[in-house]
Design a protein around this ligand. Structure first.
Ligand code: PLP
Length: 356
């Protein structure tokens, strides 16, 4: 290794697997399926992910913020719907080709004052999340004609407990949505997120909105994951050193070698979104076998006990998230959910895309 070949952690994203997941969800839904690519495509890259999905026939995308929508429009060009879940900021350009989700009566009034809405709008009806969307009372109080000039493309709602099929709120939300959407005859409906797609026909609609399942997160927690894995994070070894029994390693000296050990230091840390909660919890995968993370996760470095992987050398790569230990599994060790592991993935990782 020459000094110019400083090894970088690499995030490999399999666009073909993401597209295969989208096609799988389309087949299950039997109606249109959007791609939710908010938060930079759940950390994996909104532009390359959306281009791959659009290339496979996806015509509808959702982001959270107007700026995300503008960037995505630049990446995708004209054509697909790009809806913004968070609505629009003051002064937003109605000619930007984005479709705002209207979440409040104030949104409806403000966007109604905008001259033209060529990309239309989506109306969000709250049915039990109590977060965004018109309440039942706000819907009932809408002035007749309030939506006439808004080019309403869909009415939507969002499930609070879809990942828990037995939760009574699911059926309640389905019933409330059927009732609320009935006030907008002829307007197509958008209902299920990833987990909602697995809840059965009562949760089907004209447009499903999956995010996490596209990226390999299990939409059926507690059951085998029906989705393909799409990413692999490999982190290069900077150094392997011999540590005598009784010697502490890392900040706080929280781990002490019980035996004469080999400790590898690898080039990623919590600044890269490898959560500090994984201190003494995480594992690396070397040649298909787990090696334990020892001591604290530092800002830029992680230490692993590689005594049982004697062939490991500086420059070799350790898989920290990927098919052998999924984002869901890493999340469980850290006391969080796979969504947070993915959306924390750091900006310093070199991203490599396998074509769709
Ligand atoms: C994030 C989000 C989705 C996608 O949810 P997943 O659980 O990732 O499938 C769908 N709809 C809304 C309103 C969202 O905020």
């Amino acid at each position: 290794m020459t000094p110019t070949e400083v090894p970088e952690a690499e995030l490999e994203v399999d666009l073909g697997a993401i597209l295969a997941n989208w096609r799988d969800l389309c087949a299950r839904h039997g109606a249109a399926v959007a791609g939710v690519v908010k938060a930079d495509g759940y950390g994996l890259g909104a532009a390359p992910v959306a281009r791959a999905l659009a290339g496979g026939g996806c015509r509808h995308f959702f982001v959270a913020q107007w700026a995300e929508g503008m960037a995505l429009r630049a990446a995708l060009g004209d054509g697909p719907m790009i809806a913004v879940l968070g609505g629009f900021p003051p002064g937003a350009d109605a000619g930007a080709g984005l479709t705002p989700v209207l979440n409040t009566p104030q949104d409806i009034a403000a966007w109604g004052n905008v001259a033209a809405t060529p990309a239309g709008t989506i109306l969000h009806l709250d049915t039990g999340m109590e977060r965004l969307g018109l309440t039942r009372a706000e819907r009932a109080a809408l002035a007749p004609g309030a939506l006439d000039r808004l080019g309403l493309r869909y009415v939507m709602t969002h499930l609070a407990c879809a990942d828990d099929p037995a939760h009574p709120l699911n059926a309640l939300q389905a019933a409330r949505f059927a009732e609320a959407a009935g006030a907008f005859p002829g307007i197509p409906r958008s209902f299920a997120n990833s987990a909602g797609l697995f809840l059965g026909p009562d949760f089907a609609s004209a447009l499903a909105r999956p995010g996490c399942a596209l990226y390999g997160i299990n939409p059926t927690p507690g059951h085998p994951n029906p989705m393909r894995q799409v990413m692999r994070l490999t982190v290069p070894v900077l150094q392997v050193r011999r540590v005598a029994a009784g010697t502490p390693v890392g900040y706080g000296a929280t781990w002490v070698a019980k035996r004469d050990s080999m400790v590898a230091t690898i080039a990623a840390g919590y600044a890269d979104g490898y959560l500090r909660a994984l201190s003494s919890q995480g594992t690396g995968i070397v040649a298909g076998r787990p090696v334990p993370l020892v001591g604290r996760v530092s800002m830029d470095l992680i230490t692993l006990d590689v005594t049982d992987a004697p062939d490991l050398r500086p420059g070799d790569r350790v898989e920290m998230i990927g098919p052998s230990q999924t984002a869901d599994e890493v999340a469980a060790l850290a006391g969080t959910i796979g969504y947070e592991v993915l959306t924390s993935l750091g900006a310093r990782y070199r991203r490599r895309y396998l074509p769709a």
